[in-house]
Design a protein around this ligand. Structure first.
Ligand code: PBG
Length: 327
């Protein structure tokens, strides 16, 4: 056959395949989500997220050390408070769980990079991401509390804040509050393109943050919508977001791709708890090759255009990269 185009030529050996690889992963772009809780000497496995744990503050250093050793330099902290109330006061308390964990972690591992999730749902008795007015979340009243939460995180040592509540105007509110308090160099990574998704199920088990009534569809986005995702991303950039996140990752790579082409800020993809749980469950059944699936999911996010990948598999990915098994 007289074929001019033979794409297989570049697939002939591992060396060549690696040479022409279009997407390369780098550990420095991984962020590992971590759950901290009150109490002492607790490392509790999350039933729906095998291999993921809730840590009391005194047990956190062991995990941070493992991550640092594996080369995962960034974590994202989620707090599980003992006490919840109508207004989520634990979210912005000086001695709130995230604030205390940050002070301790920063002391022991100052070189790690600490991102915090800014939201109210883990702290409100009703499990919604803001304060209520009747059965609806009151957008504008929530903004002050989110800004207060972000400020309290930064004052406790957070290097970056990541609002995940999906209230309108939260990036502007947080930016203004941080700036007024002398933190104009602290970046905001906005969960801008966050869909109302069943993929968050295991996280809500982990954090005890499922809404007591109703759902989050009046603030998180309808997953049928693509253009609306772009509107959220552009709005948040106008409000001062430094990084835009798309969440979940797996079923939303079209959004990662489109947004990364349209904006000039870094784009992060968050591979959420349900994605992790599906891989773990299928692997346990012996139905998939876990290691290869982890690699494909991660590379898929980067290939779509993500520059940052937030994943519960961060440590495994880093180790597999060291061993040259994925990359
Ligand atoms: C808080 C928040 C959630 C997640 C990140 N921040 C839960 C939710 O919106 O219900 C989900 C993360 C995951 O599923 O891994 N609002």
């Amino acid at each position: 056959m007289n074929l001019i185009q033979r794409p297989r030529r570049l697939r002939g050996s591992e060396t060549l395949r690696k040479m022409v690889r279009e997407t390369r992963m780098d550990k420095s772009s991984l962020i590992y989500p971590l759950f901290v809780m009150e109490g002492t000497n607790i490392q509790e496995e999350i039933p729906s997220m095998e291999g993921q744990f809730r840590y009391s503050i005194d047990r956190l250093p062991y995990k941070l050390e493992q991550l640092a050793k594996a080369g995962v330099g960034s974590v994202m902290l989620f707090g599980i408070p003992d006490h919840k109330d109508e207004v989520g006061s634990g979210a912005y308390a000086t001695d709130g769980i995230v604030q205390k964990a940050l002070r301790e972690a920063k002391k022991q591992f100052p070189d790690l990079y600490y991102v915090t999730d800014v939201c109210m749902c883990e702290y409100t008795s009703h499990g919604h991401c803001g304060v209520l007015c009747g059965h609806d979340v009151d957008n504008d009243k929530t903004l002050d509390l989110l800004a207060k939460t972000a400020l309290s995180h930064v004052e406790a040592g957070a290097d970056m804040v990541a609002p995940s509540d999906m209230m309108d105007g939260r990036v502007a509110a947080i930016r203004a509050c941080l700036d007024e308090n002398g933190h104009n160099t602290t970046p905001i990574m906005s969960y801008a393109v966050k869909y109302a998704s069943a993929f968050y199920g295991p996280f809500r088990d982990a954090a005890g943050s499922a809404p007591a009534f109703g759902d989050r569809r009046s603030y998180q986005m309808d997953f049928h919508n693509r253009r609306e995702g772009m509107k959220e991303a552009l709005t948040d950039i106008e409000e001062g977001a430094d990084i835009i996140m798309v969440k979940p990752a797996l079923s939303y790579l079209d959004m990662v791709s489109e947004i990364s082409k349209a904006v000039n800020v870094p784009v992060a993809a968050y591979s959420v708890s349900g994605e992790y749980a599906m891989v773990k469950a299928a692997a346990k059944m012996g139905w998939i090759d876990e290691e290869r699936i982890i690699g494909e999911m991660a590379v898929g996010a980067y290939r779509a255009g993500a520059q940052i990948y937030i994943t519960y598999f961060a440590e495994e990915i880093a180790k597999l990269m060291d061993e040259g098994r994925i990359g």
